[in-house]
Unconditional design. Structure first.
Length: 80
């Protein structure tokens, strides 16, 4: 299964399929029906919900980084 919303270049976290049997793409399944032309499939689901969820995760991480930097700066000022 795909892990959250991986970046396009992060193939390790895309879904991996050893046949089209487990792929959720009816067009790919239909196009390869009765053939053995496809031996492995990478899948990347992109949807509005996943995009919004990932945007929130990215925003939360950025806020945590900013807060961490703020705390480090305050600690450095106290040591002076």
């Amino acid at each position: 299964p795909q892990l959250e919303m991986p970046k396009e270049e992060d193939l390790n976290n895309w879904s991996h399929h050893f046949s089209t049997d487990t792929v959720e793409d009816p067009y790919l399944k239909k196009a390869t029906l009765g053939t053995d032309l496809v031996s492995f499939v990478f899948g990347l689901e992109v949807s509005w919900d996943l995009t919004q969820k990932q945007n929130q995760i990215d925003l939360d991480r950025e806020l945590e980084r900013a807060e961490g930097k703020k705390l480090q700066l305050e600690e450095a000022k106290q040591r002076e």
